[in-house]
Write a protein that binds this ligand. Structure first.
Ligand code: F6P
Length: 342
Protein backbone atom coordinates (compact mmCIF):
# COMPACT_ATOMS: atom_id res chain seq x y z
CA UNK A 1 0.00 0.00 0.00
CA UNK A 2 1.21 3.49 -0.86
CA UNK A 3 -0.49 6.29 1.05
CA UNK A 4 -0.52 9.94 -0.04
CA UNK A 5 -0.56 12.61 2.67
CA UNK A 6 -1.52 16.27 2.26
CA UNK A 7 -2.15 19.29 4.50
CA UNK A 8 -4.63 21.91 3.24
CA UNK A 9 -6.05 25.29 4.31
CA UNK A 10 -4.50 27.63 6.86
CA UNK A 11 -1.54 26.01 8.61
CA UNK A 12 -1.81 25.06 12.25
CA UNK A 13 0.58 23.98 15.04
CA UNK A 14 0.55 20.16 15.25
CA UNK A 15 0.40 19.33 11.52
CA UNK A 16 3.91 17.90 11.60
CA UNK A 17 3.05 15.77 14.64
CA UNK A 18 0.20 14.16 12.63
CA UNK A 19 2.48 13.51 9.63
CA UNK A 20 5.15 11.98 11.89
CA UNK A 21 2.66 9.66 13.64
CA UNK A 22 1.11 8.52 10.34
CA UNK A 23 4.49 7.70 8.81
CA UNK A 24 6.01 6.10 11.93
CA UNK A 25 3.09 3.74 12.51
CA UNK A 26 2.46 3.13 8.80
CA UNK A 27 6.04 2.07 8.13
CA UNK A 28 6.80 0.30 11.40
CA UNK A 29 3.55 -1.63 11.85
CA UNK A 30 2.11 -2.06 8.37
CA UNK A 31 5.12 -1.76 6.04
CA UNK A 32 3.41 1.00 4.01
CA UNK A 33 5.14 3.48 1.74
CA UNK A 34 4.19 7.16 1.60
CA UNK A 35 4.06 10.00 -0.88
CA UNK A 36 3.90 13.54 0.47
CA UNK A 37 1.80 15.90 -1.67
CA UNK A 38 2.87 19.53 -1.62
CA UNK A 39 0.57 22.44 -0.80
CA UNK A 40 -2.76 20.78 -0.09
CA UNK A 41 -4.88 19.73 -3.09
CA UNK A 42 -2.39 21.40 -5.46
CA UNK A 43 -0.05 18.43 -4.89
CA UNK A 44 -2.27 15.65 -6.28
CA UNK A 45 -3.63 18.02 -8.96
CA UNK A 46 -0.17 18.75 -10.32
CA UNK A 47 1.60 15.54 -9.19
CA UNK A 48 3.89 17.67 -7.03
CA UNK A 49 5.37 15.30 -4.46
CA UNK A 50 7.98 15.06 -1.75
CA UNK A 51 9.68 12.02 -0.20
CA UNK A 52 7.94 10.96 2.97
CA UNK A 53 9.75 8.28 4.95
CA UNK A 54 11.04 7.86 8.50
CA UNK A 55 14.17 10.05 8.01
CA UNK A 56 11.93 12.79 6.56
CA UNK A 57 9.84 12.93 9.75
CA UNK A 58 12.73 12.90 12.24
CA UNK A 59 12.84 16.01 14.45
CA UNK A 60 9.60 17.56 13.20
CA UNK A 61 7.39 16.95 16.28
CA UNK A 62 7.96 20.39 17.89
CA UNK A 63 8.06 22.30 14.60
CA UNK A 64 5.18 24.61 13.68
CA UNK A 65 3.82 24.86 10.13
CA UNK A 66 3.85 21.83 7.86
CA UNK A 67 6.76 20.14 6.09
CA UNK A 68 4.36 19.47 3.19
CA UNK A 69 3.32 23.09 2.66
CA UNK A 70 -0.30 24.17 2.45
CA UNK A 71 -2.67 26.07 0.16
CA UNK A 72 -6.33 26.83 -0.29
CA UNK A 73 -6.45 25.23 -3.77
CA UNK A 74 -9.94 23.88 -4.50
CA UNK A 75 -9.78 21.03 -7.07
CA UNK A 76 -13.57 21.10 -7.47
CA UNK A 77 -13.19 24.57 -9.00
CA UNK A 78 -10.48 23.45 -11.45
CA UNK A 79 -11.65 22.22 -14.87
CA UNK A 80 -11.10 18.42 -14.97
CA UNK A 81 -9.59 18.59 -11.46
CA UNK A 82 -10.95 15.30 -10.13
CA UNK A 83 -9.91 13.41 -13.28
CA UNK A 84 -6.39 14.83 -12.92
CA UNK A 85 -6.19 13.76 -9.26
CA UNK A 86 -7.27 10.22 -10.16
CA UNK A 87 -4.79 10.01 -13.07
CA UNK A 88 -1.92 11.36 -10.96
CA UNK A 89 -2.66 8.96 -8.11
CA UNK A 90 -2.65 6.04 -10.59
CA UNK A 91 0.59 7.28 -12.22
CA UNK A 92 2.30 7.66 -8.83
CA UNK A 93 0.83 4.34 -7.61
CA UNK A 94 -0.80 6.05 -4.65
CA UNK A 95 -3.67 3.86 -3.42
CA UNK A 96 -5.20 6.09 -0.77
CA UNK A 97 -5.01 9.57 0.74
CA UNK A 98 -4.87 11.04 4.21
CA UNK A 99 -6.15 14.63 4.01
CA UNK A 100 -5.39 16.81 7.02
CA UNK A 101 -7.47 19.98 7.01
CA UNK A 102 -10.41 22.07 8.11
CA UNK A 103 -13.94 22.37 6.72
CA UNK A 104 -12.82 23.21 3.16
CA UNK A 105 -10.10 20.56 2.74
CA UNK A 106 -12.29 17.91 4.38
CA UNK A 107 -15.32 19.02 2.35
CA UNK A 108 -13.32 18.20 -0.80
CA UNK A 109 -12.15 14.91 0.78
CA UNK A 110 -15.75 13.95 1.53
CA UNK A 111 -16.85 14.54 -2.08
CA UNK A 112 -13.85 12.63 -3.44
CA UNK A 113 -14.75 9.68 -1.21
CA UNK A 114 -18.54 9.71 -1.57
CA UNK A 115 -18.95 10.80 -5.21
CA UNK A 116 -15.73 9.76 -6.94
CA UNK A 117 -14.69 6.59 -5.10
CA UNK A 118 -11.27 7.89 -4.03
CA UNK A 119 -9.97 6.14 -0.90
CA UNK A 120 -9.66 8.98 1.61
CA UNK A 121 -9.37 9.33 5.40
CA UNK A 122 -9.56 12.79 7.01
CA UNK A 123 -7.86 14.37 10.01
CA UNK A 124 -9.49 17.52 11.49
CA UNK A 125 -7.33 20.61 11.83
CA UNK A 126 -8.06 24.24 12.62
CA UNK A 127 -6.98 26.70 15.28
CA UNK A 128 -10.60 27.96 15.22
CA UNK A 129 -11.90 24.67 16.80
CA UNK A 130 -15.09 25.01 14.75
CA UNK A 131 -15.33 21.54 13.19
CA UNK A 132 -18.36 19.47 14.15
CA UNK A 133 -18.11 15.89 15.37
CA UNK A 134 -14.87 16.42 17.28
CA UNK A 135 -14.67 17.98 20.75
CA UNK A 136 -11.37 19.68 19.92
CA UNK A 137 -9.07 20.21 16.97
CA UNK A 138 -5.30 20.41 17.44
CA UNK A 139 -3.81 23.91 17.04
CA UNK A 140 -6.60 25.44 19.11
CA UNK A 141 -4.83 24.96 22.45
CA UNK A 142 -1.64 26.59 21.12
CA UNK A 143 -3.59 29.55 19.71
CA UNK A 144 -5.45 30.04 23.00
CA UNK A 145 -2.17 29.97 24.95
CA UNK A 146 -0.62 32.58 22.67
CA UNK A 147 -3.69 34.84 22.87
CA UNK A 148 -3.87 34.43 26.66
CA UNK A 149 -0.24 35.44 27.07
CA UNK A 150 -0.87 38.47 24.85
CA UNK A 151 -3.85 39.53 27.00
CA UNK A 152 -1.77 39.10 30.19
CA UNK A 153 0.84 41.43 28.71
CA UNK A 154 -1.74 43.96 27.51
CA UNK A 155 -3.17 44.36 31.04
CA UNK A 156 -0.01 45.96 32.42
CA UNK A 157 0.52 48.40 29.57
CA UNK A 158 -3.22 49.29 29.51
CA UNK A 159 -3.06 50.09 33.22
CA UNK A 160 0.13 52.16 32.97
CA UNK A 161 -1.63 54.48 30.50
CA UNK A 162 -5.22 53.95 31.63
CA UNK A 163 -6.24 53.19 28.05
CA UNK A 164 -8.68 50.78 26.48
CA UNK A 165 -6.86 47.99 24.68
CA UNK A 166 -8.80 46.05 22.07
CA UNK A 167 -7.24 42.71 21.10
CA UNK A 168 -8.47 41.08 17.90
CA UNK A 169 -8.05 37.30 17.73
CA UNK A 170 -8.78 34.80 14.95
CA UNK A 171 -12.16 33.10 14.62
CA UNK A 172 -13.95 33.39 11.32
CA UNK A 173 -17.34 31.84 12.13
CA UNK A 174 -16.86 30.79 15.74
CA UNK A 175 -15.62 32.58 18.84
CA UNK A 176 -13.82 29.70 20.56
CA UNK A 177 -10.40 31.39 20.66
CA UNK A 178 -11.90 34.69 21.90
CA UNK A 179 -13.98 32.93 24.53
CA UNK A 180 -11.22 30.71 25.92
CA UNK A 181 -8.39 33.25 25.81
CA UNK A 182 -10.65 36.09 26.93
CA UNK A 183 -11.72 34.11 29.98
CA UNK A 184 -8.22 32.81 30.74
CA UNK A 185 -6.65 36.26 30.27
CA UNK A 186 -9.32 38.11 32.26
CA UNK A 187 -10.60 40.30 29.41
CA UNK A 188 -13.39 42.67 30.48
CA UNK A 189 -15.39 42.24 27.28
CA UNK A 190 -15.45 39.23 24.91
CA UNK A 191 -17.12 39.54 21.50
CA UNK A 192 -17.78 36.53 19.28
CA UNK A 193 -19.21 36.00 15.75
CA UNK A 194 -22.19 34.02 17.09
CA UNK A 195 -23.68 37.02 18.96
CA UNK A 196 -23.96 40.45 17.37
CA UNK A 197 -22.70 43.09 19.79
CA UNK A 198 -24.12 46.42 20.88
CA UNK A 199 -21.39 49.11 20.85
CA UNK A 200 -23.19 51.13 23.55
CA UNK A 201 -23.20 48.09 25.84
CA UNK A 202 -19.47 47.57 25.16
CA UNK A 203 -18.88 51.24 26.06
CA UNK A 204 -20.87 50.71 29.28
CA UNK A 205 -18.58 47.85 30.31
CA UNK A 206 -15.52 49.93 29.40
CA UNK A 207 -16.72 52.86 31.51
CA UNK A 208 -17.54 50.70 34.53
CA UNK A 209 -14.05 49.18 34.39
CA UNK A 210 -12.50 52.67 34.47
CA UNK A 211 -14.76 53.61 37.39
CA UNK A 212 -13.25 50.71 39.33
CA UNK A 213 -9.82 52.28 38.56
CA UNK A 214 -8.71 49.57 36.14
CA UNK A 215 -8.06 49.73 32.39
CA UNK A 216 -10.33 47.60 30.18
CA UNK A 217 -9.26 44.87 27.76
CA UNK A 218 -11.73 44.04 24.99
CA UNK A 219 -11.15 40.68 23.28
CA UNK A 220 -12.88 40.53 19.89
CA UNK A 221 -12.98 37.68 17.37
CA UNK A 222 -12.22 38.79 13.81
CA UNK A 223 -15.66 37.56 12.66
CA UNK A 224 -17.66 39.46 15.32
CA UNK A 225 -20.25 41.91 14.01
CA UNK A 226 -21.99 44.97 15.46
CA UNK A 227 -25.75 44.76 15.99
CA UNK A 228 -26.45 47.48 13.48
CA UNK A 229 -24.23 47.09 10.48
CA UNK A 230 -22.20 44.57 8.52
CA UNK A 231 -18.95 42.73 9.04
CA UNK A 232 -16.07 45.21 9.20
CA UNK A 233 -13.48 44.31 6.53
CA UNK A 234 -10.24 45.84 5.29
CA UNK A 235 -10.13 43.67 2.18
CA UNK A 236 -13.03 42.31 0.10
CA UNK A 237 -11.06 39.71 -1.93
CA UNK A 238 -12.19 36.05 -1.85
CA UNK A 239 -10.15 32.82 -1.67
CA UNK A 240 -10.82 29.66 -3.77
CA UNK A 241 -13.44 28.53 -1.25
CA UNK A 242 -15.26 31.90 -1.38
CA UNK A 243 -14.11 33.24 2.02
CA UNK A 244 -13.34 36.92 2.50
CA UNK A 245 -10.14 37.88 4.27
CA UNK A 246 -11.12 38.97 7.77
CA UNK A 247 -9.63 41.55 10.19
CA UNK A 248 -10.65 45.14 10.76
CA UNK A 249 -13.26 44.90 13.50
CA UNK A 250 -10.69 45.58 16.27
CA UNK A 251 -9.53 48.83 14.67
CA UNK A 252 -13.10 49.93 13.99
CA UNK A 253 -14.25 49.14 17.53
CA UNK A 254 -11.35 51.03 19.17
CA UNK A 255 -12.30 54.14 17.16
CA UNK A 256 -15.96 53.80 18.15
CA UNK A 257 -15.07 53.35 21.84
CA UNK A 258 -12.82 56.40 21.72
CA UNK A 259 -15.51 58.47 19.99
CA UNK A 260 -18.30 57.44 22.37
CA UNK A 261 -16.44 57.39 25.72
CA UNK A 262 -13.70 59.95 25.17
CA UNK A 263 -11.15 57.42 26.48
CA UNK A 264 -8.01 56.67 24.53
CA UNK A 265 -8.23 53.25 22.82
CA UNK A 266 -5.67 51.18 20.87
CA UNK A 267 -5.83 47.91 18.96
CA UNK A 268 -3.58 44.85 18.83
CA UNK A 269 -4.29 42.38 16.01
CA UNK A 270 -2.67 39.05 16.89
CA UNK A 271 -3.16 37.57 13.39
CA UNK A 272 -0.80 34.82 12.28
CA UNK A 273 1.22 34.89 15.51
CA UNK A 274 -1.60 32.64 16.77
CA UNK A 275 -0.88 30.07 14.06
CA UNK A 276 2.90 30.12 13.99
CA UNK A 277 5.57 28.40 16.04
CA UNK A 278 5.82 25.34 18.19
CA UNK A 279 2.65 23.43 19.22
CA UNK A 280 1.70 23.13 22.89
CA UNK A 281 2.19 19.76 24.61
CA UNK A 282 -1.56 19.12 24.41
CA UNK A 283 -1.63 19.78 20.65
CA UNK A 284 1.37 17.47 20.09
CA UNK A 285 -0.48 14.78 22.05
CA UNK A 286 -3.80 15.21 20.22
CA UNK A 287 -2.20 15.52 16.77
CA UNK A 288 -0.07 12.40 17.35
CA UNK A 289 -3.12 10.39 18.46
CA UNK A 290 -5.09 11.59 15.41
CA UNK A 291 -2.22 10.49 13.16
CA UNK A 292 -2.02 7.03 14.76
CA UNK A 293 -5.78 6.51 14.40
CA UNK A 294 -5.85 7.84 10.82
CA UNK A 295 -3.33 5.25 9.61
CA UNK A 296 -5.29 2.57 11.44
CA UNK A 297 -8.41 3.67 9.51
CA UNK A 298 -6.40 3.32 6.28
CA UNK A 299 -5.33 -0.17 7.38
CA UNK A 300 -9.01 -1.06 8.02
CA UNK A 301 -9.92 0.45 4.62
CA UNK A 302 -12.52 2.58 6.41
CA UNK A 303 -12.78 5.21 3.66
CA UNK A 304 -14.75 8.44 3.87
CA UNK A 305 -14.14 8.71 7.62
CA UNK A 306 -12.52 11.32 9.81
CA UNK A 307 -10.81 10.71 13.13
CA UNK A 308 -12.36 12.74 15.95
CA UNK A 309 -11.98 13.35 19.66
CA UNK A 310 -15.03 12.46 21.73
CA UNK A 311 -14.34 12.85 25.43
CA UNK A 312 -10.90 11.28 25.76
CA UNK A 313 -11.44 8.71 22.99
CA UNK A 314 -10.37 9.02 19.38
CA UNK A 315 -13.21 7.67 17.23
CA UNK A 316 -14.12 7.61 13.53
CA UNK A 317 -17.03 9.60 12.10
CA UNK A 318 -18.24 10.01 8.51
CA UNK A 319 -16.52 12.97 6.83
CA UNK A 320 -20.00 14.27 6.01
CA UNK A 321 -20.82 14.58 9.74
CA UNK A 322 -17.80 16.80 10.27
CA UNK A 323 -18.35 19.09 7.32
CA UNK A 324 -22.15 19.44 7.42
CA UNK A 325 -22.12 22.43 9.75
CA UNK A 326 -19.78 24.61 11.80
CA UNK A 327 -19.48 24.00 15.57
CA UNK A 328 -20.36 27.33 17.14
CA UNK A 329 -20.33 28.62 20.73
CA UNK A 330 -23.53 27.73 22.62
CA UNK A 331 -25.30 30.96 23.73
CA UNK A 332 -25.56 29.51 27.27
CA UNK A 333 -21.78 29.15 27.48
CA UNK A 334 -21.30 32.73 26.33
CA UNK A 335 -23.85 33.93 28.88
CA UNK A 336 -22.01 32.03 31.63
CA UNK A 337 -18.79 33.95 30.91
CA UNK A 338 -20.70 37.27 30.86
CA UNK A 339 -20.38 37.56 34.66
CA UNK A 340 -16.80 38.76 34.10
CA UNK A 341 -17.72 41.60 31.70
CA UNK A 342 -17.29 45.21 32.79
O1 F6P B 1 -9.51 29.08 9.51
C1 F6P B 1 -8.39 29.38 10.25
C2 F6P B 1 -8.01 30.81 10.11
O2 F6P B 1 -6.90 30.97 10.92
C3 F6P B 1 -9.12 31.82 10.44
O3 F6P B 1 -9.28 32.08 11.79
C4 F6P B 1 -8.67 33.03 9.67
O4 F6P B 1 -9.75 33.87 9.32
C5 F6P B 1 -8.08 32.45 8.46
O5 F6P B 1 -7.63 31.15 8.79
C6 F6P B 1 -6.96 33.28 7.88
O6 F6P B 1 -6.45 32.62 6.82
P1 F6P B 1 -5.21 33.05 5.92
O7 F6P B 1 -4.18 33.54 6.84
O8 F6P B 1 -4.78 31.80 5.25
O9 F6P B 1 -5.75 34.07 5.02
Amino acid sequence: MRVGVLTGGGDCPGLNAVIRAVVRKGVQEYGYEFTGFRDGWRGPLEADTVTLDIPAVRGILPRGGTILGSSRTNPLKVEGGIKRIKENMAKLEVDSLIAIGGEDTLGVAQRLADEYGIQVVGVPKTIDNDLSATDYTFGFDTAVNIATEAIDRLHTTAESHMRVLVVEVMGRHAGWIALHSGLAGGANVILIPEQRFDVDKVCGWVTSRFKASYAPIVCVAEGAMPKDGDMVLKDESLDAFGHVRLSGVGEWLAKEIERRTGKEARTTVLGHVQRGGTPSAYDRWLASRFGLHAIEAVHDEDWGKMVALQGTDVVRVPLAAATARIKTVDPKLYEEVGVFFG
